[in-house]
Design a protein around this ligand. Structure first.
Ligand SMILES: Nc1ncnc2c1ncn2[C@@H]1O[C@H](COP(=O)(O)OP(=O)(O)OP(=O)(O)O)[C@@H](O)[C@H]1O
Ligand SMILES: [Mg+2]
Length: 245
């Protein structure tokens, strides 16, 4: 194992992966620096979630290099997952536990035992209203669930944050709150890989945007200083690539 000569927390180099006879990742190369937000765009079936699965050690590449904070997830899934906070589109939380209980329990499973004040502080940071902290998740909206999940991710204090379409189904206000938090996590030094179909969010917070098509990055754009992305330009590219994917 090369302990990341570059020090990058997320490394995928020339990764190939097939499901049966269907190639899904075809020479995928994507590196994310500490403190950087990389938005991965691509049409349905382009391989975005599969990319996440290889980082989480749920899918084993046929060839290429995958490293999460220096660990190969296929060989050392536990070590890799220790370094990752993962927020999928539909977060898996315990319906019969309260928000505070979910946080305490899921963090304990990850070996963390924050004080109640820290949990509350994270909820506060996400904008989850205090009246919800002792309510069971059963009655929570999608946006509230995402807030609990991102609070837990914040408290994990890990170097890698993976987000798979986290803001789909969130209203604009909840999306803006969520984006601000992701931005904060990155500024604290985490490498963030975010799969999204939301061009506005990507343009808002990403440092780099990559277009995945047929299992490889076919186009990449970087934010230059304070110059943000041109959303119309992204839309043109994205619509073209989504059609040909
Ligand atoms: N476990 C699996 N077994 C077999 N095929 C799979 C499996 N997971 C994904 N695939 C196939 O791999 C391809 C890429 O799927 P993936 O879920 O990575 O796409 P995606 O880019 O996340 O798409 P979406 O935008 O719809 O979420 C698809 O053709 C899908 O059918
Ligand atoms: Mg997907």
């Amino acid at each position: 194992m090369s302990l990341t000569a570059t020090g990058q927390p997320i490394i995928l180099s020339d990764v190939n992966l097939s499901y049966g006879s269907q190639p899904v990742l075809r020479g995928l190369t994507l590196h994310v620096d500490a403190g950087e937000i990389y938005a991965l765009l691509g049409g349905n079936g382009a391989g975005k979630s599969t990319t996440m699965s290889t980082l989480l050690g749920f899918a084993r590449p046929d060839s290429g290099t995958v490293l999460v904070a220096g660990h190969d997830p296929a060989e050392q899934p536990d070590k890799a997952r220790e370094q990752i906070a993962y927020v999928p589109e539909n977060v898996a939380l315990y319906e019969h536990l309260t928000a505070r209980e979910n946080a305490a329990y899921l963090l304990a499973l990850a070996g963390r035992h924050p004080a109640l004040q820290e949990i509350d502080g994270a909820f506060e940071a996400t904008g989850l209203q205090a009246s919800a902290w002792d309510k069971r998740l059963g009655g929570f909206s999608k946006g509230m669930r995402q807030k609990v999940a991102i609070a837990i991710a914040l408290l994990r204090e890990v170097p890698v944050l993976l987000l798979d379409e986290p803001s789909s189904g969130l209203d604009p206000r909840a999306t803006a709150d969520f984006n601000r938090l992701v931005h904060d996590v990155a500024r604290k030094g985490a490498a963030v890989l975010m799969v999204t179909h939301d061009l506005l969010s990507a343009a808002d917070i990403a440092d780099r945007i990559g277009f995945l098509e047929s299992g490889r990055i076919v186009d990449e754009a970087s934010a230059q200083g304070t110059d943000r992305f041109d959303v119309r330009d992204l839309h043109r590219k994205f619509a073209r690539e989504a059609v040909t994917a």
